[in-house]
Write a protein that binds this ligand. Structure first.
Ligand code: MN
Length: 487
């Protein structure tokens, strides 16, 4: 049982949810898996269809080497075994969006074997999800039911697009863990460049296998929820489905193994079809395709070209910059964000820089719906702002104001500070004048401080007010204590 397991209370006591995921990740390739037809979002219906994709008689599939390379890259990124020999099988089923009458997939010998994904939860706990396999397969076409009340249309653009199906072990115990797993997997895929991870376009979607059991008992019968394409839906679908199963079991019923669909409008899952077993598909090796044999030197070459991946980057940021696991974790969610940070942090206070990147800047970008690559404030500009704080030219409070002006396009931090006269006043002469006048004008308050030293805060506030927040608080405190006779 996972460390982070969350039990759901039913009438007959606690139940444990067991989750395994089959994630379909579309390979970021310009062409399909077995044809030269283009892959692209937004093309008109049936504009990206070759004779192979339309399954015209006599057509032969030709494997796309780029897609194979991406599957190997992904396998390596998942620390998985790369199978130097794999083969393609036909998975037979009739479906109107599958013109061949079968899907070319990999059954017995997938291109990638066992691997693992280390997953972080929001509270900082980590756990490992085992990857059972990754195989290459074709996507189906798309049926369109809402153009005509009496007809269904088919758009073959998606037919034959390359998918990597990444099958996990049933290692997740809550919707939170499942969502965190897919988020981490998505981050890794984006770092690798093998899938763009755009869930809105359906480029990453998950089939979620849900079962429940009493803790320690055998695995229960599972239901598979098909094609969940958002993190919110995944959480809702899992929670609904687990409750549904618990209620059936508590009433003495049993779970029928089936495939279900999540209806986001109703927030519930409903039965789609009874679940097939592998033998129902009559898998057999595709006679049109030779076994896929990889050269170990080529695999090594791919391995050597892998970028620094999220886990390694996180560990390095912590070690190199002394960042907390949390800060490093937030920075590595996007490669561009980590790069931005490292540019900004050069020669600067690493923690302070991390705060500006992960808090103020991240919040501004999110509010504007902007990617960090499109940030109007670049890493050098953040570095300059941090330098002004480090050198006590401005206080952290004034820095917030400077940052807002930078965002509004008023210029660089030092220009704004000069133009608006925001420099912190640390000049004791100037501050002493203000303090002397305040003490003279408020003898009652001065006497109160002698009785109760905490009352000095009132004077600090007044000095700040007089200087428009620009007085250096440490200097002000020091001067006030000396003049009011407080230790
Ligand atoms: Mn599949």
């Amino acid at each position: 049982m996972s460390e982070t397991s969350k039990l759901i209370e039913g009438r007959t006591g606690p139940w444990e949810i067991v989750l395994g995921l089959e994630v379909h990740a579309q390979v970021a390739s310009k062409a399909k898996l077995f044809s030269g037809a283009a892959v692209g979002f937004g093309a008109g219906p049936n504009e990206q269809v070759s004779l192979v994709d339309a399954a015209m008689p006599g057509m032969l599939p030709v494997i796309n080497g780029y897609c194979v390379e991406q599957a190997v890259r992904t396998g390596l990124g998942l620390k998985a075994q790369i199978n130097l020999k794999s083969h393609f099988d036909r998975k037979n089923y009739f479906y109107p969006d599958l013109p061949q009458g079968y899907q070319i997939s990999q059954y017995k010998d997938p291109i990638v074997g066992e691997g693992e994904v280390i997953v972080e939860l929001d509270d900082g706990r980590t756990f490992t999800v085992g990857v059972e396999r990754l195989h290459l397969e074709q996507d189906a076409a798309k049926l369109i039911h809402d153009l005509d009340p009496n007809a269904t249309y088919v758009d073959l653009n998606r037919a034959g697009t390359a998918l990597m199906e990444i099958v996990s072990r049933p290692d997740m115990r809550s919707s939170e863990e499942a969502v965190a797993y897919v988020k981490k997997l998505r981050t890794i895929l984006i770092y690798l460049g093998s899938c763009d991870g755009d869930m809105d376009k359906g480029n990453l979607r998950a089939d979620v296998n849900v079962s429940v059991r009493k803790p320690g008992a055998e695995l229960g019968t599972r239901c598979e929820i098909k094609n969940v394409n958002s993190f919110r839906f995944m959480q809702q679908a899992i929670e609904y489905e687990a409750r549904r199963q618990i209620e059936i079991l508590e009433e003495g019923g049993s779970i029928a193994q089936e495939t279900r669909l999540f209806d986001p409008g109703k927030g519930e899952t409903r039965s789609m079809r009874s679940k097939e077993e592998a033998h129902d598909y009559r898998y057999f090796p595709d006679p049109d395709l030779l076994p896929l044999v990889l050269d170990p030197a080529w695999v090594k070459q791919i391995e050597d070209s892998l970028p620094e991946l999220p886990d390694a980057k996180k560990a390095r940021l912590q070690a190199q910059y002394g960042l907390s696991a949390y800060d490093a974790g937030v920075l590595i969610i996007e490669q561009a964000r980590a790069d931005f940070y490292e540019t900004a942090a050069k020669g600067r206070d690493a923690k302070l820089t991390a705060n500006w990147v992960t808090n103020d800047l991240a919040a501004r970008l999110a509010a504007g719906g902007l990617d960090i690559a499109d940030s109007p404030i670049g890493p050098d500009a953040i570095a300059e702002l941090v330098q002004l704080i480090e050198e006590a030219v401005i206080s952290s409070k004034i820095a917030k104001d400077v940052f807002e002006r930078m965002w509004a396009g008023d210029g660089r931090a030092s220009e704004i500070v000069d133009k608006a006269g925001l420099k912190q006043v640390s000049d004791t002469g100037a501050l002493e004048g203000i303090i002397d006048a305040l003490i003279a004008a408020n003898p009652g308050q001065a006497a109160a401080v002698k009785e109760r030293p905490q009352a000095i805060g009132w004077f600090v506030g007044q000095v700040m007010k007089e200087t428009g927040g620009k007085a250096n608080p440490a200097t002000v405190n020091q001067l006030l204590r000396a003049k009011l006779g407080v230790d």
